[in-house]
Design a protein around this ligand. Structure first.
Ligand SMILES: [Zn+2]
Length: 340
């Protein structure tokens, strides 16, 4: 088969690689139905995270089980499955507390490389969730979204303690922030303020349930949120970027006693302790434990309750993966879906 490798900044290649095989008896091999490019893939793509050797790319996936190791009991060949970007045993104390992305035996799917026609999934029993039937093709984008981008937006909303009737602000108008809006809406937020200055993303945010758009950022953005909330700040803020500016914008937009759910992969963020101390806000976040939410999210998609697949505004054949990266890097696409 061919798979996606990143050789250096803006150098994505789709190149020959041996088909994956069962290595451990708990593995499954899946045939990819759809995969995609993640906003977090853009960090190494842009050279912010520098690798000293070519690295496989991709960690979002759904597909058909081809083969399972002898210890796998929960999934079988022929089933359609979705999994998280971290493989997890789903049995250890951390998993049982609902933090599967920090499982004591967590394995990043990224090192296997999901932007490929076949993928080895370690710890298949704890990682993969199968649907009862192979879903119809029109549901594939939304099911793929549950694997990371929706699962992450959902966790951000959950970590931000979004409750019915509350006011939410979202920092970051990438696919995760946009699905944070969808999640907030589903959780009953009354007012959802999307901070975005891009028209295509504003439109999608409104379609997902945003009630207000704020185009200012930084201190001006914070001032706008305060203006809109009687000077108090939002109850819940989703941070979906991962920079110093976005993190401080999120914290300062939150009222005392409120919650920040942060899921942007943190890059050189340093929090000022004294400001944090007097802010009185709750901070919770990190790599989303998508596996905790997957069964529910898959059911919501299959039941037609949510349509997160709308974040994919570009679909390409997998072999054109390099164009997908370029389109997202240049903000010509919000998120690119890839089909083998
Ligand atoms: Zn575990």
């Amino acid at each position: 088969m061919k798979r996606t490798m990143l050789y250096g900044p803006r150098d994505v290649r789709f190149e020959e690689h041996p088909d994956p095989t069962i290595v451990e008896p708990t593995d499954a091999i899946i045939r990819m139905v759809a995969t995609c490019v993640c906003g977090s893939d853009l960090w190494p793509y842009r050279g912010v995270d520098v690798a000293d050797q070519p690295i496989p790319m991709g960690h979002e996936y759904c597909g058909i089980v081809e083969e399972v190791g002898r210890d796998v009991k929960n999934v079988r060949p022929g089933q359609f499955v979705v999994g998280s970007f971290f493989a997890s045993d789903n049995t250890c104390p951390i998993c049982q507390d609902g933090y599967q992305s920090r499982c004591v035996d967590a394995r990043p799917i990224g090192v296997e490389g999901a932007q490929a026609p076949y993928l080895r999934v370690p710890l298949a029993d704890g990682t993969l969730v199968a649907t009862r039937e192979v879903p119809s093709d029109d549901l594939i984008p939304s099911l793929l979204a549950t694997s990371d981008v929706l699962g992450t937006g959902w966790f951000a909303a959950d970590a931000a303690n979004i409750k019915p009737g509350k006011t939410v602000a979202v920092v970051g108008d990438g696919a995760v922030g946009l699905l944070g809006v969808l999640s907030a809406k589903h959780m009953g937020a009354e007012r959802i303020i999307m901070m975005s200055r891009h028209e295509d993303r504003q439109r999608l945010a409104l379609a997902f349930g945003a009630t207000d758009i704020v185009t200012e950022r930084g201190d001006e953005g914070v001032a706008r949120i305060k203006d809109m909330t009687d000077g108090l700040g939002a109850h819940s803020v989703i941070e979906a970027v991962g920079t110093q500016e976005s993190m401080m914008q999120a914290i300062r937009s939150t009222r005392p006693g409120g919650h920040v759910g942060y899921v942007g992969v943190s890059h050189d963020v340093a929090l000022p302790g004294l400001e944090l101390f007097f802010s009185g806000v709750h901070l919770h976040g990190g790599p989303a434990p998508v596996r905790r939410y997957l069964p529910n999210l898959i059911n919501l998609v299959l039941g037609g309750k949510i349509n997160p697949g709308l974040v994919f505004d570009q679909t390409l054949p997998l072999e054109q993966v390099a164009e997908g990266y370029q389109a997202m890097d240049e903000r010509r696409a919000i998120k690119t879906l890839l089909r083998p």
